[in-house]
Design a binder for this molecule. Structure first.
Ligand code: UTP
Length: 299
């Protein structure tokens, strides 16, 4: 594959899921608009994608996600008002969320038929080039953003690449799990992948988490619309077929901490961690946590 072909400029953000674990909030608020401190989950995902060189952002949405589309509209009145009242820092933070006109596309997934299906819905906008997939409810705090780490590794390897991290064996049935061929440093050469295996059948403790760089071959496989675990069309299954076709798949053990913001516990952990990392909040918030720590021990 030529160097040019290895440039990844498009990313798919599948956000068409029902978000049932956050009901009743998700009756009217898309999960991706829920905020860690003061930025919605989707903003963290966009910032990570931009840092990795992504210039085209494709959202796979569904009914009830209008707030997500509105979030990316510019807000000239608000900008004017902040300008007039001299609130320059807020103005800069608002402007940093502005997206270039034409950089975002929205595609509907008409039925939540699984992550693989959601990615397939964007096939016409991807065409014949490698692309990234970012699940905004996996938030990763890292010095070098996770997708950037992957893009750099991918420029060396080609093939398809997933982000991976170790999980306790008993949690294997919540993830796609890697069957490892070999490992060199943080790069894993993958032999197979199983979506949500029984604990006893898990081939390793390395789980796939929500960052991918995929070749267009994966979209071809998804064309067959084969359903897998839970009756859904699984992205993991389509990537596993890459290996069956003798195409290389790698996994990167990224540097950083991943928060599962699709679950309540993960979302709360991320909130605490991101709040403690914010200069303007950390003293007051850390003091509060220290105050309540006896309560935590008693709970
Ligand atoms: P989840 O498995 O977290 O599902 O999807 P969910 O619907 O968002 O949340 P719960 O489990 O009901 O609480 C992982 C990612 O895949 C997207 C979701 O939007 C989320 O970003 N997804 C999932 C789709 O876009 N379409 C689907 O059919 C399924």
């Amino acid at each position: 594959m030529s160097e040019l072909k290895r440039q990844v400029t498009k990313a798919i953000f599948p956000v068409a899921g029902l978000g049932t674990r956050f009901l009743p909030a998700t009756k009217s608020v898309p999960k991706e608009i829920m905020t860690l401190v003061d930025r919605p989950l989707i903003q963290y995902a966009i910032d990570e994608a931009r840092a990795a060189g992504i210039t085209e952002f494709i959202f796979v949405t569904s009914r009830g996600k209008n707030a997500l589309e509105d979030y990316f509209d510019h807000a000239p009145q608000l900008e004017d008002s902040l300008e007039k009242s001299g609130k320059h820092e807020l103005l800069e933070s608002l402007k940093s969320t502005n997206m270039e006109s034409g950089a975002i596309a929205y595609i509907r997934q008409h039925k939540p038929m699984g992550l693989g299906h959601a990615v397939w819905c964007a096939r016409r906008l991807i065409g014949d080039e490698p692309f990234a997939v970012i699940l905004p409810d996996d938030v990763i705090s890292a010095e070098k953003p996770c997708l950037q780490q992957m893009v750099e590794a991918y420029q060396e390897t080609g093939g398809s690449m997933v982000a991976t991290m170790q999980v306790p064996k008993e949690k294997a049935s919540s993830y796609g799990i890697l069957d490892v061929e070999s490992e060199i440093g943080s790069l894993v050469s993958v032999r197979g992948m199983v979506e949500k295996p029984k604990v006893a059948d898990a081939p390793s403790n390395l789980a796939v988490i929500g960052r991918y760089i995929l070749t267009p071959d994966v979209l071809e496989t998804l064309n067959r619309q084969k359903s897998g675990a839970g009756g859904e069309i699984q992205l993991t299954d389509a990537i596993a077929e890459e290996m069956d076709a003798k195409r290389k798949v790698y996994a990167l053990k990224f540097e950083g901490q991943r928060f599962d913001c699709g679950s309540k516990a993960g979302f709360l952990q991320a909130t605490v961690s991101f709040a403690l990392a914010r200069e303007e909040l950390q003293d007051e918030f850390a003091a509060y946590l220290r105050d309540i720590s006896p309560l935590i021990r008693a709970a």
